[in-house]
Design a protein around this ligand. Sequence first.
Ligand code: UDP
Length: 242
Amino acid sequence: METINILGIKITNTTLKAFTKKITEHIIESKKTFIVTANPEIVMRARKDTSYQSIINDADYVTADGIGIVKASAILKQPLPERVAGFDLLLELLKVANTKTLKVYLLGAKHEVLEKAVQHIQLNYPGVVMVGYHHGYFDWEDPSLKKSIRELEPDLVFVGLGMPKQEKWISQNIGYFNMGIFIGVGGSLDVLAGNVKRAPSLWIKLNLEWLYRLLSQPSRWKRMLALPGFVVRVFYERIYKK
Ligand code: UDP
């Protein structure tokens, strides 16, 4: 799929529908795939940390999770059609997994939250084969977790460790697995569990999901400080690099 460059990160130029179709093809072919769902915080982090930047650019696909990425693409005159948000992608792929009785594994979030997310999937997507799940506070040096995931052979592995951990974990371990679509989904497991509310659709339509998240989880303000820097940098690129 075609990519565009946003401050050094290659973002896949696609829609949620087309991308879901592409990933469904990869599942059918058992093609191992690493997907990053990028927001401005991830892009800004990658600018400061070159090893993180290589991890992101080595992924098979980087989608535009945040509206900031879509707006930046328009400012840089290479417009993306829409967001391909991690949470929406999670829901679309669960629908695919439901109809095709695919094997799903969840990694991340706190144990109680994760159990609620699993229950939600079992109730709403009965065709999904939930092969396993593990909370996100584990010892990365202990090989037993990845060994068990390898043996379970999930088609889809949703990794919700937050950024940059989830991308680092996938990048470090994907070589060990024989198959699977690996996606970093940030706090999506908390939303699936009902512990964190996603912004109402009107807020999303008005491109204010980021503001809703800031108001509902004020503790996030520190990481959101990356946003003004992102905007400044995008305009800088437009004025001086074009
Ligand atoms: N988390 C985890 N292990 C860690 C740190 C975080 O499983 O070592 C989980 C945390 O419980 C939450 C998610 O990762 O479910 C982070 O959510 P956040 O909203 O910070 O992620 P973002 O979408 O902003 O990357």
